[in-house]
Each structure stands twice: as C-alpha cells, then as structure tokens.
Ligand binder design. Structure first.
Ligand code: NAD
Length: 485
C-alpha cells in the first residue's frame, strides 16, 4: 500500500470516495508555509443524509458480524496505520504545523493504539448479571445504538478522530465521522486504510466540512442517536442545545485551563523537564497542557529563572526539521486569537517574562504562523488570561504559600479537565488530587495514558467519561432483562 496525500480530499460514503454533492471545496492551508496543501470538501446535510442511508443499510450486518471477524478488520486498520506511519505523520504535520517528530512519536502511534485497544477490547467485552436471591435473575444486554456521530478537532487530528471511531465500531455501531475542516488529511487517508483493511461499505462514513455546514447536520440528523464530540466549550454548548431535546446520548470533551501545581519538595529536574513539555508541546495546543503554573513561594524565583532559561532554548522552526521543538500555530484565525490573548494579558497588567511575539522563520516557512513560547507573571487568578482557554504557547506563573491556597487557585477556573501535581509527599499528593476538581490528575508526570481508564473533564470541560469499557459502553444501549425464577 502506497499511501499518499492527494491534491483533492474526498468524502468516504458507502465505501466509495466521492466529491460533495454540492461540488464545493475549500482550501486546506499548510500553516507552516502558508501554501495551499489540498482542497477539502465543503459538505452539507445532503452528504450527511447519504452517509446516514449507507450506515443504516450496513448496520444489520455489522452489528451481527462475529466478534472475531470485527476484531480482525479493526486490528488490520491498526496494522495499516503502523505500516504507513511516515506518510500519516507527514500528512498531519502539513495539515497542522506540528513538528514531524511529534507526529511520528506520539500522534500516529496513539491512533493505531486506539484501534488495537478497542479491537482486542471487543473480544473481551462482557455484560453483567444480577441475582435477586431466589426470586429472579437480571441480565443486561449492551446492544449497539445504531448510527452514531463522531466529531473531532484539529489539535491531535488522527489520534482524537480514532479515539471516537474505534470504540463506536467495536461496539457494533455504524459511524458518521467528521474530522476538523482545518486538518482533514489524515481522516481522508484513514478512509483509504479502511478500504484496504476490508471494512464493509457504509460501516464508517467520513464526511468533510465545516462545523456549521456539516457538523451541525450530523448533530441534527434524527437517525443519528448518539454524538461523541471533542472540541471547544462553545461548540459543545451549541451541540448540547440541539442534541438534548432530541434525547440523543452525548459525550462532550471540551476545553481546559489546567493547573500545574509545583511544591518545593518536588523532584526538581523531572519537574522542570516535564513542565517545559506540558506548557509548550504542540505549541500549547493540547487540551491537557498546563497553562496555569502554580509554584510554592519558597521556590518561585528559582523556578522562574530556570523555566525562562529552558523555554528560551526551544527552537521555533520548520516542523519538518528534526531540531524544531515548536512548529506553527494551526491556522491564521487561531494565530490571531493567540496574539490577541497576549495583548489582553498585557492590558490586564501581566508582566511579560518571555516571548510574546510572532516569529519569522526564513526559507520555505517565511509565510508561516509561528509564535514564541510566552510566559507571563503578575496576573490575578480571576483575570481573563487565567480564566479563559488560550490554547497556544502561553503560560502564566502564580505563587502560593500553602497547600490550601494552591488548591483554591487550581479550582478558580470554570474548567476542570486535568491537573498536574509535583511533590514527593504521597499524602499531600493524595489530598490535593482528592480536592482538585479535574477529571484527570497526574502526579509527578504528564500525559501518561492508560486506555483502560476513564478520560474526560469536570465543569465546563465536558460530560460523559470516555475510556476503557466506559467508551464502548457509551456507544451501547443497556437493556435489562428480568426473569422470575
Ligand atoms: P471547535 O469546537 O471549533 O471544532 C471541533 C469540531 O467541531 C470541528 O470538527 C468543527 O468543525 C466541529 N464543529 C464546530 N462547531 C460545531 C457545531 N455547532 N456543530 C457540530 N460540529 C461543530 O474546536 P477546535 O478549535 O477544532 O479545537 C480546539 C478545542 O478543542 C479547544 O477548546 C480544546 O481544548 C478542545 N479539545 C478538547 C479535548 C478534550 O479531550 N477535552 C481534546 C482536544 C481538544
């Protein structure tokens, strides 16, 4: 198989690759160069309607295909992702602007892990039975829902796309999926992989387009009974408003403003190395990045100076080069948003300690969208910079005196996706983990991920935990059968 990014991306509907019915395409820009990388369909409700028809037709067979056979196909998809690592990583970098080394090391391997995990998971998926002493036996059937919708963002394009699609397919559903219109290429290449792997026609349909044009048609379609969405809190709110009155199942994985809480007794070197990563990996465009760094007062100055010195050394450059640690910001619109957030932080009285400006990368990237790693201090916990998600290479530093104050600062945010705690004191780590309102807490590490664990946020970061059996269960309808003895 020779997987190559085409000039024109097509929808994958009913097993075929086709242009959108309205014939409209949009430019897909490489943010590192400013060049047009491909054309991508601007699909609308008509394409979604056709995809739903194909999915409904495929459902009776797919939902009753023996587990062993479904396993083989989904596992083959994982193998083909591995075999095409280089082509997929390059496509993702050209779509997204992230360093190629990061795509190769993290994003694409994790996409194949998603398929492998849920392919093997479906072989072991089981349901419960409850005995009422000598009166009755209840057993729970967990049947696939039918046709479900999966909508994903641009920051980890193939990883988050497959994180939704794989459990939905493993649970026996047929899927209408939409990758972000900003980074559609790896979603398209996944279509080719699915054809090669022998996934039956209509089981997975990938429709490309914008949120308002195509995403909302998926959310509104009456035959799509569940929506799994990852993206902004704003879009999540709109989706919930449409889906809730239609009684659809919804899982929303939304934004974050994650605290990184550093106590004086931490393992200094490990904390410094990891904090640099958790602040600036993928140009800070990971929902799990720690954008509010809370440091115990006694080590605040030492931390500040060393953190600035280390962040200064991060090379901002062409994402295709091995030594580039920071690539491009994903799109012109987002680049302008991040720069405006930097201006806001200054207006709010923040002291700029590092960065704050666009970077000109000469050569093929001279028209690219690059921003320096940026660090602020001196901002109050409740100012907009510390409350609103920026989703770029911008962090703030705040100091705290006591454990209670650290927890209070951590919980000031309306978001509750993840938090990181740095301390060698296990009791304190447990206390803080227990009291910080976040769905994922890392102690002395960051971004470690066991696919069996629940994943998701509290508060404005979302509803509906995904991960392990929870993810497959989300895509099923539990039905209780009670038999009187
Ligand atoms: P976005 O909300 O703009 O778009 C996400 C997806 O939803 C895209 O495919 C888009 O086309 C579609 N969409 C937008 N509006 C829609 C609507 N009304 N109906 C249906 N579909 C719609 O988000 P983005 O800018 O692509 O991604 C960045 C955001 O995603 C950040 O807020 C980040 O924190 C969040 N995110 C969260 C997680 C998590 O696991 N919690 C993971 C990654 C990213």
């Amino acid at each position: 198989m020779n997987l190559q990014a085409p000039d024109k991306i097509l929808n994958y509907i009913g097993g075929d690759l086709q242009s959108p019915i309205n014939g409209k395409f949009m430019d897909n820009i490489n943010p590192a160069t400013g060049w047009i990388y491909s054309q991508t369909p601007d699909s609308d409700y008509e394409d979604v309607e056709e995809a739903v028809g194909a999915a409904r037709a495929a459902f009776p067979l797919w939902s009753t295909t023996p587990a062993e056979e479904r396993f083989k196909i989904l596992n083959r998809i994982a193998e083909l992702i591995d075999e095409n690592l280089d082509a997929l990583a390059l496509a993702e970098t050209n779509d997204n602007g992230k360093p190629l080394s990061l795509s190769k090391r993290v994003d694409i391997p994790r996409a194949s892990s998603n398929f492998r995990f849920f392919a093997t998971g479906l072989l072991h998926f089981s349901t419960e039975s409850h005995h009422m002493e000598d009166k009755a036996i209840n057993y729970t059937l967990r049947q696939p829902i039918g046709v479900v919708g999966c909508i994903s963002p641009w920051n980890l394009p193939l990883y988050l796309f497959t994180w939704k699609i794989a459990p939905a397919l493993a649970a026996g559903n047929c899927v209408i999926a939409k990758p972000s219109e900003v980074t559609p290429m790896t979603g398209y290449l996944l279509s080719i992989i699915c054809q090669e792997a022998g996934l039956p026609a209509g089981v997975l349909n990938i429709v490309h387009g914008t949120g308002p044009g195509c995403g909302s048609a998926i959310v509104q379609h009456p035959d799509i009974k569940a929506i799994s969405f990852t993206g902004s809190t704003r879009a999540g709110r709109d989706i919930a408003a449409v889906a809730a009155p239609m009684f659809k199942k919804i899982s929303l994985e939304l934004g974050g403003k994650n605290p990184n809480i550093i106590f004086a007794d931490c393992d200094w070197d490990k904390m410094m190395r990891t904090t640099l990563q958790s602040s600036f990996t993928n140009q800070g465009q990971i929902c799990l990045c720690g954008s509010r760094i809370l440091v115990e007062e006694s080590i605040y100055e030492k931390f500040k100076h060393e953190f600035i010195a280390r962040a200064k050394k991060l090379t901002v450059g062409d994402p295709l080069l091995d030594d580039s640690r920071q690539g491009a910001i994903v799109s012109k619109m987002h680049y302008e948003k991040v720069l405006s957030c930097i201006d806001l932080a200054k207006q709010e009285g923040g002291t700029l300690l590092l960065g704050g400006k666009a970077v000109n990368v000469p050569g093929r990237c001279e028209n690219g969208l690059f921003i320096e790693p940026t660090i602020f201090e001196g901002l109050g916990a409740e100012c907009r910079t510390n409350m609103e998600e920026i989703f770029g290479p911008v962090v703030t530093l705040q100091s705290f005196k006591t454990e209670d104050e650290a927890m209070q600062l951590a919980n000031t945010s309306d978001y509750g996706l993840s938090a990181t705690i740095w301390t060698q004191d296990v009791s304190r780590a447990n206390r803080v983990a227990m009291n910080v309102h976040s769905g994922i807490i890392w102690v002395n590490c960051w971004l470690l991920r066991d696919l069996r664990t629940p994943f998701g946020g509290f508060k404005n970061s979302g509803v509906g935990r995904e991960g392990g059996w929870d993810a497959m269960r989300f895509f099923t309808e539990p039905k209780n059968v009670c038999i009187e003895l």
